[in-house]
Design a protein around this ligand. Sequence first.
Ligand SMILES: CC(C)(COP(=O)(O)OP(=O)(O)OC[C@H]1O[C@@H](n2cnc3c(N)ncnc32)[C@H](O)[C@@H]1OP(=O)(O)O)[C@@H](O)C(=O)NCCC(=O)NCCS
Length: 367
Amino acid sequence: MIQKGLEGVKICKSSICYLDGINGRLFYRGIPVEELAEKSTFEETAYLLWYGKLPTKNELEKFKKKMAEYRDLSDEAVNILYHLPRNLHYIDVLKIFLSIHGSTDGVDEDLKEKAIKIASVFPTILAYYYRYSKGEEPIKPRKDLSHVENFYYMMFGEMNGKVRLLESAFILLMEQDINASTFAALVIASTLSDLYSCIVGALGALKGPLHGGASEKVPPMLEEIGSEDRVEEFVQKCLKEKRKIMGFGHRVYRTYDPRAVYLKKVLQRHFQDSRLFKIASKLEDYIVSNRIKNIYPNVDLYSSILFEEFGFPRNMFTALFATARVVGWTAHVIEYVSDNKLIRPTSEYVGPLNIEYIPIERRDENG
Ligand SMILES: CC(C)(COP(=O)(O)OP(=O)(O)OC[C@H]1O[C@@H](n2cnc3c(N)ncnc32)[C@H](O)[C@@H]1OP(=O)(O)O)[C@@H](O)C(=O)NCCC(=O)NCCS
């Protein structure tokens, strides 16, 4: 039997995340994700995913210190970054850095330690490259700030009173069971390759517009719609042209994506004047109330508007997603390799057999 797109196929047991696609619920290690977005921090949630439990005060203090220690880039790494072309996609910048680190990092180091190292340095790579590509001086990471506060500070050189909202979005994006990018990471992990290669593969999968790359397509799509009264015309045109509406639909959620529900409330409360938000809300109303293809908004619809409001460049949105999801990817890799089985599916061969090999001089150019 062929299961196209591996839909509904379970590849392992996992205690990291439960996603209830029928009722639109998501849990990290059993805790509802909304509660984590509301009450937890990036570091606490990452700890929960990696270690399987929330940290105590002491454990959290130590863990935060460790993440802060791993923030900075070596002079050599900064030098490499400053020799890259200026117009690279941020996902590709992350891939380059991980590939370099992967070849130079200690092979014997504990996987969890490597995961913490990788997640800690993502914001620095992105912020340094952002400032370099704008011709601005890089801002060194600060150890006294939290992971997300420090990221914002390194990007924009100031603090932002609303940064907690960004942290909630990162928590919501941190983990999502065996999605395409996590699966890519697991395929690589299952060959017993290194953790860096797993993340490079996951980044490549995330970049695609059917996955995390959708976040970069949402704002231009909303701009193309232009105003709330043009939503119906736009949707009908997409249906006619068989064009996907970005930020809608999901392989597992067959109802509202709980992360989109949460972020919509955040936007309603804090960015209600955003033009893109107004168009997105209208788009949601129209699609859901008319049961268009039975699709609902997914997390990318509203996370992209939040990222836009915070002033991040659009071609960094997928990399922002990765900044959070790297925790989930690595948690899954660590769990999977503890009971490893090479992932090697098969296909149903439908081509011919025993075809004669024709020497090149006898091959028909028109055949
Ligand atoms: C995420 C996605 C790839 C899931 O795909 P999937 O599970 O293979 O899709 P489904 O089998 O559920 O699709 C069922 C039908 O709905 C349609 N559909 C699904 N999502 C759609 C969308 N966003 N816009 C328009 N039509 C959509 C499909 O074309 C299909 O139509 P058909 O039966 O006439 O061929 C898909 O919804 C999509 O492309 N969304 C847009 C990109 C996006 O936002 N991605 C981020 C996901 S978090």
